[in-house]
Design a binder for this molecule. Structure first.
Ligand SMILES: O=c1ccn([C@@H]2O[C@H](COP(=O)(O)O)[C@@H](O)[C@H]2O)c(=O)[nH]1
Length: 268
């Protein structure tokens, strides 16, 4: 099955929600944990232990595992395995972007069947040029994995680049969206998704023709709300995968608190 097919099946069963697993110091302290490898492991794997069979998608933020060096990466490997075992999908938030030959290395690191850090999907930056992503796009198609390309990010600074106009009058983020849509139409796999933040009253882009998943970070701690999504995305709401990290994690460490946050975001 392709990533798009697995995502559709799971979100129909569990609801369209991505829970981010971001073990930064503030969240570890909230759980009464130290900002070390033991704290990282207890937090990250603890979230999946409680929510693994309830939530469709988990999104570990690679930065917070990399902080702890090889021991942190080993925790990330175990976490990705936990997510697989729970029957959920993983989106590894790595936001890589580089020239094509280096992108081939990143593709092997995260999208190959034999990679120890393999995830169901990853985030990539197309801002070295959309075609620089080609090795990752090709490998994702080959292995049935997905890629979320940064289009219109949730942070206030993003518009400086993403909303600047190209020669044809389209803003840069719109060019990314149109290129991703064309690639999906060509492959028929819809392996390419977009990242569009849920924090903008007007995102300044048109996703009405898009044909893949749209990951929507920024829900909760950054001010985005589930209720506000229709106003931003219109009829494309069916494509959305809203994502919340601190908003869910800070319901923990109690089981009830975590489950309650998820149920609220799912409108249950
Ligand atoms: O545009 C983007 C792309 C990615 N992110 C990442 O999502 C989480 C957000 O965490 P919250 O605690 O839910 O605010 C974090 O890992 C970001 O790096 C994003 O926020 N915006």
């Amino acid at each position: 099955m392709t990533y798009a097919e697995r995502l559709k099946a799971l979100t129909e069963e569990r609801g369209a929600l991505c829970v981010g697993i971001d073990p930064h110091a503030q969240s570890l302290a909230h759980w009464g944990l130290d900002d070390d490898v033991a704290g990282l492991e207890a937090f990250a794997r603890g979230i999946v232990e409680v929510l693994g069979e309830r939530v469709a998608v988990f999104k570990p933020q690679s930065a917070f595992y990399e902080v702890h060096g090889s021991a942190g990466i080993a925790v990330l490997e175990r976490l990705l395995e936990d997510i697989r075992q729970a029957g959920a999908l993983s989106v590894l938030d790595v936001k890589r972007g580089d020239i094509g030959s280096t992108m081939a290395g990143y593709a092997r690191a995260y999208l190959a069947d034999e990679a120890s850090l393999r995830a169901d999907a990853i985030t990539l930056s197309p801002y070295l040029g959309f075609e620089s992503l080609r090795p990752a796009i090709d490998l994702a198609h080959e292995t049935g994995r997905g890629i979320y390309v940064l289009a219109r990010t949730s942070n206030p600074e993003g518009g400086q680049v993403q909303l600047s106009k190209g020669d044809d009058g389209r803003v840069v983020a719109q060019q990314v969206i149109d290129d991703a849509a064309a690639e999906n139409a060509r492959s028929g796999q819809n392996a390419l998704g977009l990242v569009v933040g849920g924090t903008h009253a007007d995102a300044g882009v048109d996703v009405s023709h898009f044909n893949g998943s749209i990951l929507v970070p920024g829900i909760g701690a950054q001010g985005g709300t589930i209720e506000g999504l229709r106003g931003i995305f219109g009829d494309a709401v069916d494509l959305l995968l809203p994502s919340a990290s601190r908003e869910v994690a800070h319901g923990g460490p109690s089981v009830e608190g975590l489950v309650d946050r998820v149920q609220t975001l799912l409108g249950r």
